[in-house]
Design a protein around this ligand. Structure first.
Ligand code: URA
Length: 190
């Protein structure tokens, strides 16, 4: 699939009819991504859940509400100022983890989204996005707390926990997320 010459709007149209993996069968709609095409920050989550599958917009459920709050409180921006996407654009059945073949099938879309928006900082939310974009098997608990670069680009990558982990109430998860967002804010300002 050669997507390199697409712009974001055309890419979204192309994704809407994608049947590159089995997730196409169970989805209500493709959740391509949302936000500003000129954003300084791109968030990458895991996969749409039930609410996102219904609405066609990423992070509109409980995790999204927490993300919106952290955006305002730690980055001083609103959702419309950032760009939000997921590793896979279609909801896995019963909210199971995305499989490696599904992630690979969807990867060209994410790569193009990151190239087209070309943010200063990519914030990866949770294990799936962090491992994929840092090309590592190391888990988020060890990865977070440090700043990285995305591939061989000059784009910063700040891995942090998925908001769902903070909602489950793991000890200190929210505090760590605030700290990670704060470092991202410094990178944007620098
Ligand atoms: N969790 C994600 O990773 N992405 C969404 O869009 C919603 C919940």
């Amino acid at each position: 699939m050669t997507l390199a010459h697409y712009n974001l709007a055309d890419l979204a149209i192309k994704a809407a009819s994608c049947r590159a993996c089995g997730l196409a069968t169970g989805r209500t709609q493709v959740v391509f991504g949302a936000g500003s095409p000129d954003a300084d920050v791109v968030f990458v989550g895991e996969a749409p859940g039930a609410r996102e599958d219904e609405c066609g917009v990423p992070f509109v459920g409980r995790s999204g509400q927490l993300l919106d709050r952290l955006l305002e409180e730690e980055l001083g921006v609103e959702r419309a100022d950032v760009y939000i996407a997921n590793v896979v654009k279609c909801r896995p059945p019963d909210n199971r983890d995305p499989r490696s073949d599904e992630i690979a099938a969807c990867r060209p879309y994410l790569t193009c989204q990151l190239d087209l928006v070309n943010p200063v900082v990519i914030i990866t939310l949770g294990n799936f996005a962090s491992r994929l974009l840092l090309e590592t098997k190391t888990g988020i608990t060890k990865l977070r707390g440090n700043n990285y670069y995305y591939g061989d680009s000059l784009r910063h990558l700040v891995p942090t926990f998925h908001p769902a982990a903070a909602l489950r109430g793991g000890s200190g998860v929210l505090a760590h997320m605030r700290n990670d967002f704060g470092r991202a804010r410094e990178l944007i300002a620098s």
